[in-house]
Design a protein around this ligand. Structure first.
Ligand SMILES: C[S@@+](CC[C@H](N)C(=O)[O-])C[C@H]1O[C@@H](n2cnc3c(N)ncnc32)[C@H](O)[C@@H]1O
Length: 262
């Protein structure tokens, strides 16, 4: 049988797209540098298979995480495959099937994260502000941090396909269209296998391509006091190489940014 027919799209996503160890190191180091204490409570919004939450609880036995996602298939995958591969500590991870825009959480966290461009899922400013307000309310008032990532650059506006070898897989990132009126951006992800078979467009997104400035405005509006930005120019390197900055000028065809707000 063709590899694509037997493939598990969530396993492919984790293998090709995610690097939870790197993410958790970044999250916890940034938190430590701001507050001079260890981050113990994480909420991973738009968590998918909760790879970052799993890594977070595995990295320290005192750590607790909550993963929130609207897709029951992703949550079920995490329960079946992700949690079973943990040696211990799975009782320190809670998975919640919910819409992050509506989720009423009464707990308080050190860090709330929205990774892999998840803020782009909030396609109106009303939704963005509503979500960020809820985030702010759930962060510890003395030492809470929100962290998210964005992408951008002039290449976003053109139809293009990017192929990248990741272990035994090639992932194919397709940008299918950008609307200059409402800043909506259609993208899809496919996986190509060694035998030439294709798991076609198994993840599809209609995103709002927020700029860094728009997200910063929204974060200040809901009450965050300090924002730090790390930028990685993808024209310069294949890998993400992040540098903290407050000024990028000139044309960048493709970039990623991480934003931390406290
Ligand atoms: C771009 S993926 C990010 C997955 C993962 N966080 C990562 O770092 O790769 C976006 C995830 O958000 C989920 N999602 C989309 N809209 C949502 C919403 N309104 N509330 C909660 N989850 C949502 C999708 O099911 C998907 O798992």
């Amino acid at each position: 049988m063709a590899f694509a027919k037997q493939a598990d799209k969530f396993a492919c996503y984790e293998e090709a797209i995610q690097n939870p160890r790197k993410d958790v190191i970044f999250l916890t180091k940034t938190f430590q540098s701001e507050f001079h204490r260890k981050a113990l409570r994480l909420r991973e919004d738009f968590c998918g298979t909760a790879a970052i939450s799993r890594e977070f609880i595995s990295s320290d036995f005192e750590r607790f995480a909550v993963g929130v996602d609207i897709d029951s298939r992703a949550i079920d995958w995490c329960i079946e495959h992700g949690l079973s591969s943990l040696h211990s500590g799975s009782d320190r991870l809670e998975l919640v099937l919910a819409d992050c825009r509506e989720f009423q959480d009464t707990r308080c966290y050190d860090i709330i994260s929205a990774n892999n461009y998840s803020l782009f899922l909030l396609t109106s400013r009303i939704d963005l502000i509503k979500y960020l307000k809820r985030v702010k309310e759930c962060l510890d008032p003395s030492h809470g941090m929100f962290i998210c990532d964005l992408t951008g650059g002039s290449d976003c506006f053109v139809k293009r396909k990017v192929k990248r070898q990741c272990g035994s897989l090639v992932y194919i990132w397709e940008q299918e269209g950008y609307n200059f009126i409402d800043a909506s951006w259609q993208c899809a992800l496919s996986f190509l296998f060694r035998d030439g078979s294709l798991l076609k467009r198994c993840f599809q997104y209609t995103w709002r391509l927020w700029t860094i400035a728009e997200v910063m405005d929204a974060l200040y509006e809901v009450g965050f006091n300090k924002i730090r930005v790390w930028f990685s120019d993808l024209d310069e390197a294949e890998e993400f190489v992040y540098e903290e900055t407050s000024n990028i000028s000139g044309t960048v065809k493709s970039w990623n940014a991480i934003i931390a707000a406290v």
